[in-house]
Structure formats: C-alpha cells, structure tokens
Design a protein around this ligand. Structure first.
Ligand SMILES: [Zn+2]
Length: 106
C-alpha cells in the first residue's frame, strides 16, 4: 500500500463521473432559474458543483406561470374553473367528470 493509492486511475475516473453527475444535477436546477442550465453547468465544472449550486440558488427563479384548466373528455370543452360534471354535457343529461390539465409557461 502506498500513500498515493487514491490517485489510481479508477478512483479518479469515479471522481470524474461523480463530478459530472453533480454538475448536471446543478444544471437541471439551473434551468428553473434565471441563470439558465448552461451557465449553471459551466459554473459547476469550473468552480466545483458546490459553487455552482450556490450560484444557482442565488439566481432568482424564472417567472413561471402555471395554468390549470379542466377539459371535458366527452365534448372537448375547456373550463378555467372546476365543475363537478361538465356543465355542457350535464344539460344533455350526461354526467362527465372533467380532466384537470396543468401547463407551465415561461
Ligand atoms: Zn362535456
């Protein structure tokens, strides 16, 4: 056993994979922030993922608009508020539950 066992190629290879994996994780977080995923990735690789994570967390969140609406699977009408049954179908005597649809826009 030498004191430099930790410098063997396999160990460095695993470290490299973990490093890249962490950088990608930070990049994915970054996609929801104003800094963006690519910048977060570059920061993580250049200055370690820890710095990248701090950079991402300090970046403000992207303005995400979440739109929820409800669609009737029977007549395809869409509503912005939830109803117990589709009001249009209910008039015809059918009780159709609405499907909840949520979308995100940036
Ligand atoms: Zn309907």
């Amino acid at each position: 056993m030498s004191d430099f066992d930790f410098l063997n190629p396999e160990f460095l290879f695993i470290c490299g994979i973990v490093y890249i994996f962490l950088a990608i994780s930070v990049a994915r977080l970054g996609t929801y922030r104003a800094c963006g995923g690519l910048k977060a990735m570059i920061f993580s690789i250049l200055f370690t993922p820890v710095i990248g994570l701090i950079y991402v967390l300090n970046s403000r969140e992207k303005h995400v608009l979440k739109i929820v609406h409800y669609r009737c699977p029977s007549c395809d009408l869409e509503y912005t508020s939830n109803h117990r049954y589709c009001p249009s179908c209910e008039k015809d005597g059918r009780k159709v539950h609405l499907e909840r649809i949520s979308m995100r826009t940036y």
